[in-house]
Design a binder for this molecule. Structure first.
Ligand code: HEM
Length: 299
């Protein structure tokens, strides 16, 4: 496949940096690294290359056993004129890149960063060998912490999508105020997730809290890293599966050491680190634990 991946990464970065700073808590948009037309040209060419490499142009036929892109192509070419189907298919690929890859990668990144500043937690994360998704990753010096707890706590504290927009379609009363149709609302997981009513010490990274929280008792939308309602994220399950698997494999093999001070979050289209981050992966092999007869032991 003829794709310059470095240029693609830069084009994606540039497009995300350039996202319009619409809301008061977003400071200025960062300087775009690339001319917007050039960035879009690269994204467009990459999507076309993926379509061609997969032989998806004009494809119509059975879809059983095929992946999401194949199915999307199939449906678009069955329903639309070929030129329009091609444009829509490229848009679907950008959506997967921006909505899917960017967010999931950030959730793994922030989890590792948050973990790094807590040496005690890291010690507890000596892995139980042979544990599989979604099994426990830790029980060296405290109760088990699952990858799911780690990820949920990181999604709570560093939700990759910090704000979700909605427009009222009819009059709506909220907190004693009547809003007319056409008002723009911003639901902000970043703020909602710090409500001390549901998340005491809400600014602290405490994966343990998730072993105590009964999710059934959490009011709807008090934890909403994936949004909610009819327009909620369609990729939540895939994202969780991907992120938890990556964390499980990575944490079993290595610890991450981020150089310099803790990366500050910056709201762009997503929540990215303010500056590029350098990190070292250090093998864990010498401290790995095994399970014998259901009990963790040193290897
Ligand atoms: C940790 C990873 C992810 C996070 C935090 C995330 C978060 C979100 C949020 C907050 C929304 C807006 C929901 C709303 O308006 O109520 C959204 C929408 C969406 N997400 Fe995700 N997402 C993630 C991964 C993915 C993946 C892996 C895919 C695709 C494979 C995906 C595809 C989409 C799409 C297509 C929408 C728009 C849905 C619509 O408007 O109907 N997302 N996501």
């Amino acid at each position: 496949m003829d794709i310059d991946f470095l240029a693609l990464q830069q084009a994606l970065d540039s497009t995300i940096q350039e996202a319009e700073p619409r809301y008061w808590f977003v400071d200025e948009a960062g300087p775009a690294r690339m001319e917007p037309d050039r960035a879009w040209g690269i994204l467009d060419a990459a999507a076309a290359a993926i379509i061609d490499a997969r032989g998806l142009r004009g494809i119509v036929g059975p879809t059983a056993g095929y992946d999401v892109l194949h199915r999307t192509a199939n449906r678009l070419y069955a329903e639309l004129p070929p030129e329009e189907a091609f444009i829509r298919l490229k848009q679907a690929i950008w959506t997967l890149l921006v909505a899917g890859h960017e967010t999931t990668a950030l959730s793994v990144f922030w989890t590792l960063c948050l973990l790094q500043r807590d040496p005690l937690l890291q010690r507890r994360l000596r892995l139980v060998g042979g544990s599989t998704y979604p099994g426990p990753v830790a029980e060296a010096t405290g109760p088990a912490i699952t990858v799911r707890h780690l990820l949920d706590e990181s999604l709570r504290l560093r939700p990759p999508v910090y704000g979700i927009g909605r427009v009222s379609t009819r009059e709506v009363a909220l907190g004693g105020v009547l809003f007319p149709p056409g008002v723009e609302f911003l639901v902000c997981p970043w703020v909602v997730h710090r409500n001390s009513l549901y998340f005491p010490h809400g600014d602290e990274f405490r994966p343990d809290r998730w072993s105590e929280i009964d999710r059934e008792d959490l009011p709807e939308f008090s934890f909403l890293p994936f949004g909610g309602g009819p327009r909620g994220c369609i990729g939540e399950r895939l994202a969780r599966l991907e992120a938890e698997t990556i964390l499980q494999v990575l944490l079993a093999a290595a610890t991450l050491e981020v150089a310099g001070p803790e990366p500050a979050p910056r709201a762009q289209l997503t929540v990215r680190p303010e500056r590029p981050v350098s990190a070292t992966l250090r093998p864990r092999s010498e401290e790995r634990h095994c399970v014998r007869d259901g009990r963790p032991t040193h290897a």
